[in-house]
Design a protein around this ligand. Sequence first.
Ligand SMILES: Nc1nc2c(ncn2[C@@H]2O[C@H](COP(=O)(O)OP(=O)(O)OP(=O)(O)O)[C@@H](O)[C@H]2O)c(=O)[nH]1
Length: 395
Amino acid sequence: MDSNDLLTLLLVGVPALAIVGGGAAVLTRRRGRPGSDAPAGGTTTAERPAAPAPAPEAEAPEAPVVVAPEPEEAAQPPAIEVPAPVPGRLARLRDRLARSGSPLGARMLQVLSRDHLTEDDWDELEETLLLADVGAGPSADLVDALRTQARVQGLKDPAQVRALLREQLLALVDPSLDRSLATAPTSGEDGARVPAVVLVVGVNGTGKTTTVGKLARVLVAEDRAVLLGAADTFRAAAADQLQTWGSRVGVRTVRADRDGADPASVAFEAVREGVAEGVDVVLVDTAGRLQNKAGLMDELGKITRVITRTAPLSEVLLVLDATTGQNGMNQARVFAEVAGVTGIVLTKLDGTAKGGIVVAVQRELGVPVKLVGLGEGPDDLAPFDAEEFVDGILG
Ligand SMILES: Nc1nc2c(ncn2[C@@H]2O[C@H](COP(=O)(O)OP(=O)(O)OP(=O)(O)O)[C@@H](O)[C@H]2O)c(=O)[nH]1
């Protein structure tokens, strides 16, 4: 076959296969019965030569985890969707950001464009920032910086005012933070290749399951092989919801066979199967019922311990609902303390004028916002970019 034939096959044959065969090739690559192609000794703690000290008996994951039904067992396998490309997503969703954040950007620009700025004007600016949930400290810092600049260079030209505000907002959001997601496979203790494991935590209702589903699409768009773990065994429909998200892009879900099963056992099994199947990334959804700090610490601690018997945790993403603003911060703090969070996913930014929470949450938790949710659509999750974000809220 020469290169023209190959091109024709790619252009005509592959889409046709995907339509006619329901993306069977993709499914075949990502499917696999648990342990069917597991490297010997590669999946259980007992078989690993350099396993850490055995966890107490009470922490041993329970057995009853079953694999989600294979797509061909379902009556009609769903068509496999092609997720939207990831680069430039935030720019594409900027309209929504502009609509949600405009009271902040537009009001600030409006105040700053007044002829002679009085004390009342500066107070109004600070109030605008507080209303957008920027937080007391950062709001005061920003107003001080603007006042200094106004004294030094004056605030006459609207373009100059906008540039100054942009510069100051950008400094608050901090473009220097590393917002990359660690989703490359790593090495286990015995040096064997293990998938990146991303644990998703947060209060119920913030959008965890939706985020895991959207993130799976982001990774599929980047041509990664993904496996989902439905360790939210508390809410009956959560595993179904996750499985639906996964099946839309040909990604399998490991889930328990009953509600209320041990979440750690699901997480353990998902990672074990991820290793056996040689996937690139295992995404683990959790329940996040915040009964009390000790309970949460127990649950997330156990999940973390059983996962890390097989593979290190690459990311712990805390999902926060932007519409809860400062009220969500207390809960966020508890999760950050308990779970060793490495990144924030800020959801529902499309439905709030409180985009300033990006600044507050980074300052409070000392962890960068890595992803933002800007709608309920399957591809409405974007990697966070400080410049795009500030331009979005300035309109
Ligand atoms: N507008 C908007 N809605 C979102 C976004 N992300 C999630 N949602 C919605 O938020 C609601 C809750 O999402 P879930 O993913 O079920 O939340 P959860 O945290 O998994 O909830 P539990 O399973 O109860 O812990 C759903 O209706 C989602 O569609 C977003 O970025 N924008």
